[in-house]
Design a protein around this ligand. Sequence first.
Ligand code: UD1
Ligand code: CA
Length: 459
Amino acid sequence: MALNIVIMAAGKGTRMKSATPKVLHKLAGRSLLAHVLKSCEPLAAQARIVITGHGAEQVEAAVAADGISFVRQMPQLGTGHAIQQAVPALQGEGTTLILNGDVPLIETATAKALIDACAGHALVLLTVDLFDPTGYGRIIRDPDDGGVLAIVEHKDATPEQRLIHEGYSGMMAAPTGALKRWVGQLKNDNAQGEYYLTDIVAMAVAEGLPVLGIKAHSETEVLGVNDPVQLAQLERAFQAAQAETLMRAGVRLADPARFDLRGTLTHGQDVEIDVNCVFEGQVELGDGVRIGANCVIRNAKIAAGARIHEFTHIDGEATGASVGEGALIGPFARLRPGAQLGAEVHIGNFVEVKNSTLAKGAKANHLAYLGDATVGERVNYGAGAITANYDGANKHRTTIGDDVHVGSNCVLVAPVTLGAGATIGGGSTITKDVKPGELAVARGKQVALAGWVRPTKKR
Ligand code: UD1
Ligand code: CA
């Protein structure tokens, strides 16, 4: 049976007080609308329609993908009016699932339950029992048999109806043909002068169609975002759930309340993560990896036994970054895209590595820069050494052979090659290749002036 999924995302989101359309605000690094699209990705739909209006161009550009179409609603005259705009795009006679772009944590299983219960002929509402249902449409049930009779919007509800705690989540599954007919009959003679989608419930009841209410199993999956407070609350709920999943899988988090994952974290056994760490994109942590407090790690692979000390920043961006087995990184280290560190590499404080490969056991322990470099095994890269990899127009590579020692405060002007076992005297500016085993010194010679007298202040 044909399935249409319609996501309403045209509203302004006034209470966010932001220039960014509400559905593009981020939860765990992904937009609210992208969360909704991700939850309904596993559902085999003929059409996925996003209704846009406020900030339409921006919203469409942000989530455009194969199989997603957009329908514009201008101006925005209510949820019923939104669905009216989608009518021409609805396919077949099966089921239409309606979701909200600002309710990000709807679960796939719940959406599937709505679709299955609808089966192309019943109207199925996702409802939720709320401690404080203020603002929500209330589910009016038959006092005799408990059947759903109507939804009454909060602003239109009588004081008695406002005592009802069962609210409408804003999500439903409807028979497509009937839905098209019903939305064509909506009127806006209500407290808000809007076309309410929720008015179709009474129409279905009048036609004798089955109307079912399915209760959400958690409040979190139906919570909407209307302001920054709700956004932050939902973010915490989502992070807490992710943290719990990781801890149940064996990851030891020093404090689940001070852990943020904005993407995917895969891990081996005995991984330990101290407080205030942020993981973004795709991060892989091998067995026994330990991450110190206050690290930010994005798009990176950390191999087994590696230790990332406090305040380290690793950002692989699109290329990725990798840390080898047993490596020691930080504190205060910075690994950038294309940093590929072999086993037992040491990167110490205030060392930056970009687009460089370091072979097993290479060390850069203090205040250094390695950019566009290939570094051999056991190299010792001194404090304050840098690769001058950029000539103002192009980037050039530096190649450092196995067992090279680069003294402190050296400038390696690329392109340049230091042969295996070479030694570079401290303070050298190296512009020519150095042969294996040689000592290269390129700095002003030290002079000693005997009998020199330090100047004294004139009177
Ligand atoms: C709606 C429901 C209410 C329910 C509540 C749950 C109606 C009439 N009421 O109320 O019963 O309890 O959700 O959160 O449906 N939108 C458009 N175009 C519009 C208006 C809204 O696309 O013209 C979109 C919004 O962007 C949002 C969703 O529809 O994603 C819901 O709109 P909102 O204004 O938040 O509805 P509520 O008044 O909260
Ligand atoms: Ca709302």
